[in-house]
Write a protein that binds this ligand. Structure first.
Ligand code: SF4
Length: 277
């Protein structure tokens, strides 16, 4: 793992994050050792590494928390997306605690924060998360099948750990999104749709694969494309799942599901009561 001194920790949002209404992105790491086979971040030019090495390297911004302390005022009250090109709760975070440090620095400035992760480690920070007034934690749970998960994202955490994490977050009063993104082959559409509906997430997002044919941008990657063909899951299956899911919950699809949590309500001004003349 490479450790670097970064110059900045909050970057102006671009692309679908910007279109979703976010002003800032925050990435404590570059690269991601979860190494999902379909990850669009693998294709970003700032990696300066071949896409086929995705998942095998990580660069940590060792001064992330100190930078956040210095720069948090500029994102105060604004929509921040953590993280757009890495996972803030990948294994390195357990010891480095960069995401934790950023959260602690942000807390006094109360941004409208969205955390996007596959890492159940997020529950470690519930003590801080529950004090944000405008926060949503989106957890990616892209299939009901461990077999499929192991094929598409073998180094990412098992699915039941993610379900356990969203339950703990919800129990703590934290707003939770379940992101079935990208929607991987599903073994039992009815059961999975019912499980999501019964959980009652604040937001549910689905997204079919976008195959950009290897060009820059969101792409399944050649390995994932091969696996999709092998398993025999296609756009019609995706549509059947979304339609089934819509019986129980509101479903956002694709970019439309990535938007900031509502601004915290301003404290209600209590009119002064005149008790005595
Ligand atoms: S966890 Fe997210 S950032 Fe990491 S490889 Fe998977 S999709 Fe990419």
């Amino acid at each position: 793992m490479e450790l670097i001194e970064s110059r900045s920790i909050f970057s102006p949002a671009t692309g679908f994050i910007r279109r979703g209404g976010f002003e800032w992105t925050c990435n404590p790491y570059v690269g991601c050792t979860f190494g999902c086979t379909y990850c669009y971040a693998a294709f970003l030019p700032q990696n300066r590494r071949p896409a086929n090495e995705w998942g095998k390297w990580i660069t940590a911004k060792k001064n992330a928390a100190a930078l956040a302390e210095k720069q948090a005022t500029k994102v105060a009250g604004q929509p921040v997306y953590l993280s757009s090109v890495t996972d803030p709760y990948q294994p390195a975070e357990r010891s480095l605690m960069l995401t934790r440090g950023i959260l602690e620095a942000l807390l006094p400035h109360q941004p409208r924060l969205t955390i996007q992760t596959r890492g159940p480690l997020v529950v470690r920070d519930i003590d801080v998360l529950k004090d944000f007034r405008s926060l949503r934690v989106n957890v990616s749970i892209p299939t009901d099948s461990e077999r499929v998960r192991q094929q598409f994202e073998p180094k990412a955490p098992p699915l039941e750990g993610r379900w356990d994490a969203v339950q703990q977050l919800k129990d703590a009063g934290v707003s939770v999104g379940v992101c079935v993104t990208p929607t991987l082959p599903i073994e039992n559409v009815d059961t999975f749709a019912r499980r999501i509906a019964d959980f009652k997430p604040d937001v549910v997002v689905c997204q079919d694969f976008h195959d950009a044919g290897g060009r820059f941008g969101a792409d399944t990657g050649a390995t994932a494309r091969g696996l999709l063909a092998e398993i025999g899951w296609g756009p019609a299956d995706y549509r059947r799942f979304v339609n089934r899911l819509r019986h129980g919950v509101r479903v956002f699809e694709g970019e439309s599901g990535f938007f900031p949590p509502p601004a915290a309500e301003a404290p209600v001004a209590v009119p002064a009561v005149k008790l005595f003349d």
